[in-house]
Design a protein around this ligand. Structure first.
Ligand SMILES: Cc1cc2nc3c(=O)[nH]c(=O)nc-3n(C[C@H](O)[C@H](O)[C@H](O)COP(=O)(O)OP(=O)(O)OC[C@H]3O[C@@H](n4cnc5c(N)ncnc54)[C@H](O)[C@@H]3O)c2cc1C
Length: 487
């Protein structure tokens, strides 16, 4: 629980006694005594009309739980970790001056309306990223040389890049984001790199584009379905460039997850992983580390690699099982390093950098809107660089990242205070950064996964056509709650 301040632990988790009382009131039963609500067992008098179990207290699960509760359902959320938020993970613990950094989901775009609405609902202000940093420069670090500002692509490179994006837009425009294969099935057989070849993106323009896709999708674009990229483009149609990565939640994104979880009270049960789900036409029965519970409907709001670890009886339909077992996740490692002062600002630098150092990747300052003399830089390595970093033992990973960071920002030498690294591909409850549909995987699986398997509904970032955002998770949770409907 090193990412959780004691106060948050107290506020977010319930005592076992509270949990038992709520479960009983909700018509759920604990170990040994099953209540098969949908299979002819009469409901207790005064009990809510129906029960939903939500597996996973990430943003998708929390949203589904809140909106189902608001629709009159009795809801219980089982979460394997001792905290809510999943891939939203604000790291506070080792840092001085009460500073924090996002180990997972960080930036909010201007069109991310659902997360902004939830932030308002829980009175959480947003911080405007880089406010006060406009006069400072970013760094471009390549072949051992640091330059201020990013190098222009040149006329030819710009022409190639524009051609590529114009093609993406014209291909994306006719697509239905929830059924992209209906009109764009042929693009699913191509990768993003195939389009670069077709359009003729070469040289530096190509390396910059590959790099941008790797940062965005966390896999090499040769392994990204072109249809996935087009679907994401279509789903974010109205998002102007200037509004991308504009906000964070002030005080840490995890504050939103804690607020959402608190609003559900003891219905959220922490450190209680689900290991088995049995289901039939009458209902579902869920086995956790603490017992077995029955309900009418189930929302499975866990990443696909985590779903692979759950036993379903009977097995889910073949296509769903294939999707769960076969769709890969992007590989990202975030390394978060606190320095005793923001020495880069004295050099009139923002702390942001694009580098060719594999152990460093892209860099930015996490503390641009936080108080204190100290400052935190985040090193973000993704795709093959992220996979390599994840394979290193933690000490070696931190050492490589810190050493690389000193090459990019020599002024930080001797000022490192604390460092934490989050290797997402190694965490079994996440299994990677976010979904990365490969060529041939959107067409058979994306639309199919939106449909329930009997009483089991999937939710999560991987099911929304914006893919890979906190907003995606909220949209998906909300969509599933809407489709389940009122109790
Ligand atoms: C490095 C990184 C950077 C990112 N950057 C951004 C960004 O800048 N902006 C942005 O908007 N998004 C970003 N994201 C993506 C965003 O964080 C995710 O899309 C979103 O948080 C996913 O939410 P979710 O609810 O779908 O899944 P999760 O957050 O993964 O929630 C699933 C929950 O299920 C739990 N669980 C798993 N298995 C079980 C089980 N058997 N029983 C019970 N519980 C279980 C997990 O512990 C977890 O809490 C980033 C993600 C990463 C990893």
């Amino acid at each position: 629980m090193r990412d959780m301040p004691a106060e948050e632990i107290r506020q977010a988790t319930s005592t076992r006694r509270e949990a038992l009382a709520t479960a009983a009131a909700a018509g759920l039963t604990l170990a040994g005594a099953h209540l098969l609500t949908g299979s002819g067992v009469p409901r207790a008098e005064g009990a809510p009309p129906g029960q939903v179990i939500v597996v996973g207290a990430g943003l998708a699960g929390l949203t589904a739980a809140i909106e189902l509760r608001d629709a009159g359902w009795g809801v219980t959320v089982f979460e394997a970790r001792p905290r809510p938020g999943g891939r939203v993970y604000t790291i506070r613990d080792p840092f001085m001056q009460r500073q924090h950094a996002e180990g997972g989901g960080e930036f909010i775009d201007t069109t991310h309306r659902r997360i902004r609405a939830y932030a308002r609902r829980f009175d959480l202000p947003l911080e405007l990223i880089d406010r006060g940093y406009d006069r400072l420069d970013d760094v471009f670090f390549r072949k051992g040389r640091r330059r201020r500002g990013y190098r222009s692509l040149g006329k030819q490179g710009r022409r190639q890049t524009n051609r590529f994006w114009n093609r993406i837009e014209s291909m994306a425009e006719p697509l239905d984001p929830f059924d992209p294969a209906a009109r764009g099935g042929r693009y699913d057989r191509m990768s993003v790199v195939d389009l670069m070849d077709e359009v003729g993106v070469t040289g530096r323009a190509r390396s910059v584009l590959v790099r941008d896709f790797e940062d965005e999708y966390a896999v090499h674009p040769g392994r990204t379905s072109l249809l996935m990229a087009l679907t994401a483009e279509r789903a974010a149609w109205s998002q102007g460039e200037a509004g991308v990565e504009k906000f964070r939640i002030s005080g840490g994104n995890a504050r939103l997850c804690f607020a959402m979880a608190r609003s559900l009270g003891p219905a959220v049960r922490y450190s209680e992983p689900v290991s088995q789900i049995a289901h039939d036409a009458g209902g579902v029965e869920v086995t956790t580390s603490q017992g077995t519970y029955a309900a009418d409907q189930l929302v499975l709001a866990v990443p696909l690699p985590a779903a692979r670890r759950i036993e379903f009886t009977p097995a889910l339909r073949p296509r769903l099982t294939e999707a769960i077992n076969g769709i890969p996740y992007g590989t990202t490692v975030k390394t978060v390093i606190q320095y005793s002062s923001r020495a880069w600002k004295k050099q009139e630098l923002t702390g942001s950098a694009i580098t060719d150092i594999p152990s460093v990747g892209s860099v930015w300052e996490a503390t641009d809107q936080q108080k204190g003399n100290a400052g935190i830089l985040i090193s973000y390595t993704s795709a093959d660089r992220g996979a390599q970093a994840a394979k290193l033992p933690e000490r070696a990973r931190l050492a490589a990242s810190s050493k690389g960071m000193r090459r990019v920002f020599p002024e930080v030498a001797g000022r490192r205070v604390r460092a934490v690294s989050v290797p997402w591909p190694n965490l079994p409850l996440s299994g990677g950064a976010y979904i990365a549909y490969g060529p041939g995987q959107i067409d058979p699986y994306f639309t199919d996964m939106q449909e329930p398997n009997g009483r089991i509904w999937l939710a999560g970032e991987h099911l929304d056509p914006t893919f890979g955002y906190m907003e995606s998770a909220i949209r998906s949770g909300s969509r599933v709650a809407g489709r389940i409907g009122p109790a």
